[in-house]
Design a protein around this ligand. Structure first.
Ligand SMILES: NC(=O)C1=CN([C@@H]2O[C@H](COP(=O)(O)OP(=O)(O)OC[C@H]3O[C@@H](n4cnc5c(N)ncnc54)[C@H](O)[C@@H]3O)[C@@H](O)[C@H]2O)[C@@H](O)CC1
Ligand SMILES: [K+]
Length: 528
């Protein structure tokens, strides 16, 4: 089987460890003993064969104390049988192995693979390995691999050698040391393998795509090990991908006008922070909102010279009753801002709550009650917290949010009955009713001031164009990341991307997406 093409139908599905264990248990009941481990070894060895020939050099296999070690031994014996030079470091008491892992060990011992000791690896400063395969720990890792433990020293040594000599690391199932649910290195003082590629088994895992997961897992490939589709429950999460957004923005009708595409009012831009509101409003404009107002807090400029289309007003003058209100960018924290937020929560059919507006809600029970009342009257609300804002909203620390971003996003969605965008590496989009979504686009170039304001404006434009809140949030985050990816690839590098540059790039991505996926217009010119 091609490891990049899982056989089950949920190709973008994400599961937590407990769900994977349940799928595994159901599948094992249908299969001959050891079949999943054999399939794991076959998938991994075939993946290696697509990239390396036996002449490229030796392969080092790290086999740990559980079934992840069994997968590694199975892979090793298959590669040895195919003529590769294989060194195996057995880091386990084989008496404790499962029957399946024991069988793989016996076959590996009977193969042409060489068993080497940990000391041999730790002493070796310049190995000629073409590849390291990490089968130390998988989803069974239950406590930290501390830096000073034997496993910890081995992992650090391998990471250093891999970096120094550009040796690729293939992790089996999960990079050892990483929590497959949270995407964090299991601590305290834990270390983890930094893989280039992770071949994950049965189904994709949440922790490979959020928090530090992407840094440790590298490219993620999935092999379902032939587990039948009927063993997979509906996924509790999905990865975003282009096809998800097909048709969400209908093609524009020829007889449409600016009133057809909604009204966005960005409320913010207090003294010293006017740019934040302008960025959000410009993003709304470039993403197709029919009319865009900026409601300033302290003083409104006559117009914005770069975008004279924006209508600059005092926030207190604006009527929110038909608008999508994006409130927060540069809002500050005064009595006026709290009353503006209360009015937006009561009147606006759609709101995007960002930045300072999130902090106001975190500290005010009446505002929180107004937000909750919106869900009763079917008004749409998107909240866009970064981890610190999420921590304030939940009354916990930022470290607790980051320790389990998935759970934090779920808690926010259920406590505030809103669509949540928990920002950060692997942004999570959550509602209390639908599967969570982890965004797959974007890169560290987005880590600069103003990009969050831009995201809020994109959300506002999509909501104003009648997109459901969950779809708007998923698509906005995806477009925002795609724009940064395209800029990094074609225009600049990862350093120095500005929020302003992002805005026209988001418009390009949105239009590319529209061209690719929208239905043809009803009237095509005859001559073309
Ligand atoms: N059970 C099955 O049917 C399948 C299992 N598979 C593989 O098996 C893995 C899960 O296997 P296991 O449940 O055996 O778990 P692991 O192989 O992840 O390791 C668990 C073992 O590590 C020990 N351990 C945990 N934390 C430790 C630490 N910090 N320091 C030292 N030792 C520690 C545990 O006591 C246990 O012996 C999956 O990730 C996957 O690679 C696959 O082969 C697919 C099928
Ligand atoms: K592993």
């Amino acid at each position: 089987m091609n490891p990049a093409a899982p056989s089950n139908s949920f190709t973008h599905a994400l599961y937590r460890k407990a769900e994977i264990r349940a799928i595994e248990a159901a599948a094992i009941a249908d299969l001959p003993a050891g079949e999943l481990m054999r399939a794991a070894g076959k998938a991994a060895s075939e993946l290696v064969q697509t990239k390396f020939t036996p002449r490229d050099g030796a392969i080092l296999i790290l086999a740990g104390p559980g079934d992840n070690g069994g997968d590694a031994l199975e892979t090793g014996q298959l590669l040895a049988a195919r003529g590769y030079t294989v060194d195996i470091a057995l880091c386990a008491d084989s008496l404790l192995y499962s029957a399946a892992a024991n069988l793989s060990l016996q076959q590996a011992r009977a193969s042409r693979a060489t068993f080497i000791s940990l000391e041999q690896i730790l002493e070796n400063q310049a190995p000629a390995y073409a590849l390291v395969i990490d089968g130390l720990f998988g989803i069974g890792l239950s406590r930290a691999i501390t830096a000073d433990s034997v496993f910890g020293q081995l992992i650090q040594h391998i990471n250093q050698l891999a970096e120094k000599f550009a040796i690729p690391i293939l992790a089996l199932d999960v990079p050892s040391g990483l929590d497959a649910d949270t995407g964090q290195v299991i601590g305290p003082q834990g270390v983890a393998i930094e893989a280039n590629t992770t071949l994950s088994f049965i189904a994709d895992k949440v922790g490979l795509h959020t928090a530090a997961g992407r840094d440790y897992a590298g490219r993620v490939l999935i092999d379902s090990l032939g587990v039948a589709d009927n063993h997979f429950p509906p996924p509790s999460g999905i990865l975003s991908h282009a096809a998800m957004f097909a048709g969400l923005l209908p093609a524009r009708r020829l007889d449409s006008h600016k009133g057809s595409y909604g009204e966005v009012m960005v409320i913010g831009g207090a003294h010293g922070m006017m740019g934040a509101a302008i960025l959000a409003a410009s993003a709304a404009l470039y993403c197709g909102a029919g009319r865009v107002y900026v409601g300033f807090i302290d003083a409104a400029p006559a117009y914005d010279a770069q975008h004279p289309e924006l209508m600059c007003r005092m926030a207190a003058e604006l009527d929110f009753s038909k608008a999508c209100v994006v409130i927060g960018p540069g809002l500050g924290n005064s009595e006026l801002t709290a009353s503006l937020l209360a009015r937006a929560l009561q009147q606006a059919p759609y709101v995007v709550i960002d930045a300072d507006a999130l902090n106001l809600i975190a500290s005010s029970a009446p505002l929180r009650a107004l937000l909750l009342a919106r869900s009763q009257s079917l008004k749409s609300s998107i909240m866009t917290p970064h981890p610190l804002e999420a921590a304030r909203l939940l009354g916990i620390s930022t470290a607790q949010v980051q320790a389990d971003r998935w759970q934090a996003a779920l808690d926010l969605a259920s406590q505030f009955q809103a669509t949540i965008i928990l920002k950060g590496a692997g942004s999570i989009i959550a509602t209390s009713q639908q599967p969570l979504c982890i965004n797959t686009s974007g890169n560290p170039a987005l880590a600069s001031g103003g990009t969050g304001d831009v995201l809020a404006g994109v959300c506002g434009a999509l909501l104003a164009q009648q997109m459901a809140a969950n779809d708007a949030a998923r698509m906005a985050v995806w477009l925002h990341g795609c724009a940064a990816d395209q800029l990094v690839e074609h225009a600049c590098d990862a350093i120095g991307l500005t929020a302003s540059e992002l805005i026209p790039a988001i418009r390009n991505c949105l239009n590319q997406q529209q061209k690719k996926h929208s239905k043809p217009q009803r009237f095509q010119p005859l001559s073309k």
